[in-house]
Design a binder for this molecule. Structure first.
Ligand SMILES: [Zn+2]
Length: 506
């Protein structure tokens, strides 16, 4: 190792290397899909992940409220209505008033904040609930009399907003009203995020970021974070300002690789666009959003690809995946090459006829979404359609290329737990879900290392233990290729980023 680079190695072709006394060195993990600043900010917000009842939700909110200065908003994230049940014995009048039919929260769940505006995001960041103080602020600046395009404002029987905002109603109406954290808080969030990722063995991330955050926060800090960032621009105004791709100077620490668009929402919120209606809500089929909704997706893809950008599309429903493939086919017919540079993000459900269309295409998947979404997906899709759910093996066999990630802060950037799910099918609660889509440890490790590096256009510098590459190494206490993942997960001894060791503890 010299100057942060590998200068010699015993076996340059090895995926993993045994070093002293039962330790194994792998290329440090590469998380293909995170939201770095959002993740860093989430570390300081109220944590609602794993909260399993309204009482618990309210006590987390109350405790956070008591720690905040008077003029601050309360921000929380991570709730999932699947974690609590509406008790059939409880007062039905109260339930009718306080919950949507889905058990999603409303403004009264945040009542302990009093006059302090509060916003609490669902774990998928596609739905939020705000309290009455926040709703008043939003109502002063936005039109709440009708739903925005691609979004829903949940309403009570009298037609008044309940505080629950879905998709574009959350992003376009609520987000602009929440005060931006100041620059010191953003810098702190970036540092906290980098430390959190390193502790999980991660040295490189593909991060979804707004240009203003790249310019004002991540670019100035790039040499302090000890983390390699390949950024995708999240700004989504149409027509696209392609010059945003050059809004920061590119070097190995930080480089913009492309642009992102959303085709649909999520399964949990029933906003993922499906080919057939939801099993538990036959009147709903999810929604196309943004450019897919306005018919501009193919044009966006063609223009971006022809400019040399890597184009990333969020597609969770099987109809969204088909729309992504149709747009890619149309773009390719016009002469641009989409195979290497189109990134399909999530691909959580796929119709068999579309899987073969993914040959040589990139799928960025998050095994921990399978872990947490398996039970709700069964409710949403019904058993017969579960064969469309997280088709790791089927994609791989069809010749698609897999890059893995977490989507942190939606779920933790725990690559080893994610590998365990992809290898064994283990999902929340200990069940094995869709073992037919399990892949080998080698394919899973490649998806978090060399494949992810190629996916993020960083394979010249990381993703393999190779002479000339950055000395990005994660040391594990077991051989990840030969061990029995159904019994164990390796532990991280340490992570080394460009030759510098980061602590293994969180
Ligand atoms: Zn994401």
């Amino acid at each position: 190792m010299d100057g942060g680079k590998i200068v010699g190695i015993d076996d340059a072709s090895a995926v993993d290397q045994e070093i002293d006394g039962g330790e194994f060195a792998c290329p440090a993990f590469i998380d293909s899909h995170v939201h770095l600043l959002l993740g860093g900010r989430a570390l300081s917000q109220a944590h609602l992940a794993g909260v399993s009842s309204r009482e618990e939700f309210e006590s987390v909110i109350r405790a956070k409220h008591e720690t905040l200065p008077n003029d601050a908003w309360l921000e929380a994230s991570g709730w999932d209505q699947g974690n609590w049940q509406v008790s059939s014995q409880s007062n039905t009048t109260t339930n009718a008033r306080n919950m949507s039919s889905d058990g999603m929260p409303d403004q009264t769940w945040l009542a302990s904040c009093g006059n302090r505006p509060a916003i609490a995001w669902r774990m998928d960041q596609h739905v939020c609930v705000v309290n009455s103080a926040a709703l008043n602020i939003i109502a002063q600046r936005q039109d709440l009399s009708r739903d925005p395009v691609g979004g829903t404002i949940a309403r009570d029987a009298a037609g008044n907003p309940t505080g629950l905002l879905l998709e574009q109603a959350a992003w376009k109406l609520a987000v602009p009203c929440v005060p931006e954290p100041n620059s010191a808080a953003l810098r702190q969030a970036a540092h906290a995020a980098a430390r959190h990722l390193q502790a999980h063995g991660i040295a490189t991330v593909g991060s979804m970021e707004y240009s203003r955050d790249l310019i004002s926060t991540l670019s100035p800090l790039r040499h302090e974070l000890n983390l390699r960032i390949r950024a995708t621009i999240l700004d989504r105004e149409w027509p696209v300002d392609w010059s945003l791709g050059q809004c920061v100077t590119a070097d190995d620490a930080l480089r913009i690789i492309g642009f992102k668009s959303f085709i649909d929402g999520t399964l949990g919120s029933r906003t993922a666009r499906m080919l057939e209606p939801y099993c538990d809500a036959p009147e709903q089929q999810g929604m196309f959003v943004e450019l897919a909704e306005s018919g501009k997706l193919s044009e966006w893809m063609r223009e971006g690809l022809s400019r040399g950008w890597s184009m990333s599309v969020h597609a969770i429903g099987d109809a969204a995946l088909r729309a992504a493939l149709d747009a890619a086919d149309a773009a390719e017919k016009s002469g641009v090459r989409a195979r290497e540079s189109l990134r399909i993000e999530h691909g959580q459900t796929a119709h068999a006829s579309d899987i073969s269309r993914c040959k040589d295409r990139w799928l960025s998947m998050q095994p921990l979404h399978k872990y947490f979404d398996a039970a709700p997906a069964l409710t949403r899709l019904g058993l017969p359609r579960m064969d469309r759910f997280f088709c790791f093996k089927q994609f791989h066999q069809a010749g698609a290329r897999l890059a893995f990630g977490s989507d942190w802060p939606i779920v933790e950037p725990d690559c080893l737990q994610a590998m365990q799910t992809a290898i064994t099918g283990a999902t929340f609660g200990g069940a094995i879900t869709r073992a037919q889509s399990n892949i080998s440890a080698e394919i899973a490790l490649q998806a978090f290392t060399c494949n992810a590096a190629e996916y993020l256009r960083a394979s010249d510098t990381c993703g393999a233990l190779k002479v000339g590459h950055a000395a990005d190494i994660v040391s594990l206490d077991r051989d990840p290729i030969t061990m029995d993942w159904s019994q164990h997960k390796p532990n991280i001894r340490f992570t080394c980023v460009a030759g510098m060791t980061a602590p293994a503890t969180l």
